[in-house]
Design a protein around this ligand. Structure first.
Ligand SMILES: NC(=O)c1ccc[n+]([C@@H]2O[C@H](COP(=O)([O-])OP(=O)(O)OC[C@H]3O[C@@H](n4cnc5c(N)ncnc54)[C@H](OP(=O)(O)O)[C@@H]3O)[C@@H](O)[C@H]2O)c1
Length: 343
């Protein structure tokens, strides 16, 4: 079975990664690629990385009509622009996986606090599923709109949710010290992302409260019923892709956390609890859809959990395809790699 798909925002980092993955997917076929400032050009003019037939396609405008034959739309657009495109695609009867933040917040207050906007289509949130696939696949299979989680929240929620559900974490003292490669900020030109600004440099950003902190707190609460406060400090590091979140935790029975997480994720192809004493690295997950997690108990009541993903894969386009596979009843691993591009 073949399903025709469209990518809106095909010229950005997550859009380009979607093209690369979908080009070799056994069931999805790219029919429509759209952009904004680059509309009208050939894909090959804008994305030198693409060597498939997709390179010969002409980029439509993000608001052009999507062909009727397309059943699934990936929206890889900036927030606010994404919401409008999602609404149009749903109205046209398509299923949608939205990579932006526009539908990640069932709480309109949190969306407004995090993004400074009134939500334009709150009625669409009712049937929207937050696509942290390992924790939502039954709902993802039934919906026509998936809000693909943010990259930092994916790296943090995967290790935290099982431990929060067991009420093992002190929810008032969670400290997340996270690092991201520069592709996390997208492809649009920004002074702070110039080579001279980030090369051989490390900088914190997003303080006092980065947008993804609202997303982490909201989904911890939704999944576990507990009010959770995270102190989250992201940093940008001089590499293209990769994300590592070091999570400092207090709680109870910390010496059992490794075995609890190992048990919860033992059959999950994309969540890898590393052997005791082993810590993850961005290099070991680059190009894969894996989240690698290392757990160290410092004492009965203190632990450090380190979680690592490729921000463009499990943090964005890889998880988007994982969700699309579930939405269409395909094997969840189709088109995705569990192995990294290494070294
Ligand atoms: N980068 C990551 O690691 C990551 C991870 C998770 C989620 N996300 C989210 O995924 C979405 C895409 O991120 P990205 O990093 O791929 O962004 P990006 O590299 O900046 O690409 C943005 C894309 O959207 C188009 N675009 C820009 N402004 C637009 C507008 N006003 N209306 C319609 N289209 C517009 C651009 O087209 P032109 O090139 O033609 O201008 C481009 O194709 C964002 O919402 C982001 O927050 C990103």
């Amino acid at each position: 079975m073949s399903v025709e798909v469209a990518i809106l925002g095909a010229t950005g980092y997550t859009g380009a990664e979607l093209i690369r993955l979908l080009d070799v997917h056994p069931h999805f076929e790219i029919e429509h690629l759209a952009a904004f400032s680059q509309a009208g050009k050939q894909v090959s003019e804008v994305l030198p990385s693409i060597g498939s037939q997709s390179a010969n396609m002409t980029l439509a405008k993000a608001d052009d009509v999507i062909p009727e034959s397309v059943a699934l739309v990936f929206t890889a657009l900036p927030h606010a622009a994404a919401a409008k495109s999602v609404k149009k695609a749903l109205d046209a009867g398509k299923k949608v996986v939205d990579l932006s933040a526009d539908f990640r917040h069932p709480s309109l207050t949190n969306y407004k606090d995090a993004y400074g906007l009134e939500h334009p289509f709150p009625e669409l949130l009712k049937n929207c599923v937050y696509g942290l696939t390992e924790h939502a696949r039954a709902d993802v299979a039934k919906t026509n709109l998936v809000a693909n989680p943010g990259c930092y929240p994916t790296s943090v929620l995967l290790p935290l949710l099982p431990l929060l559900k067991e009420k093992l974490i002190d929810t008032t003292s969670i400290i997340i010290d996270a690092k991201s490669g520069a592709s996390g900020a997208g492809r649009a030109a920004k002074t702070g992302l110039l080579y001279c600004e980030i090369n051989e440099s490390l900088a914190a950003y997003g303080l006092p409260k980065h947008r993804h902190a609202w997303e982490m707190e909201e989904w911890c609460k939704t999944y576990t019923g507990q009010d959770v406060h995270v102190r989250f400090v992201p940093h940008i590091i001089p590499m293209s892709r990769g994300m590592l979140s070091t999570i400092h935790l207090s709680g109870t029975k910390c010496d059992q956390w490794h075995s609890i997480l190992s048990q919860v994720y033992k059959n999950e192809p994309f969540v890898n609890i590393l052997p005791l004493g082993t810590m993850p690295s961005t290099g070991a997950v680059k190009g894969s859809n894996r989240c690698d997690i290392g757990v160290v108990a410092l004492s009965e009541t203190e632990a450090v959990v380190v979680s690592c993903i490729d921000n463009l894969l499990k943090g964005a386009s890889g998880q988007a395809i994982q969700n699309a596979n579930v939405m269409f009843g395909f094997s969840e691993v189709e088109g995705l790699s569990v192995s990294a591009s290494w070294p």
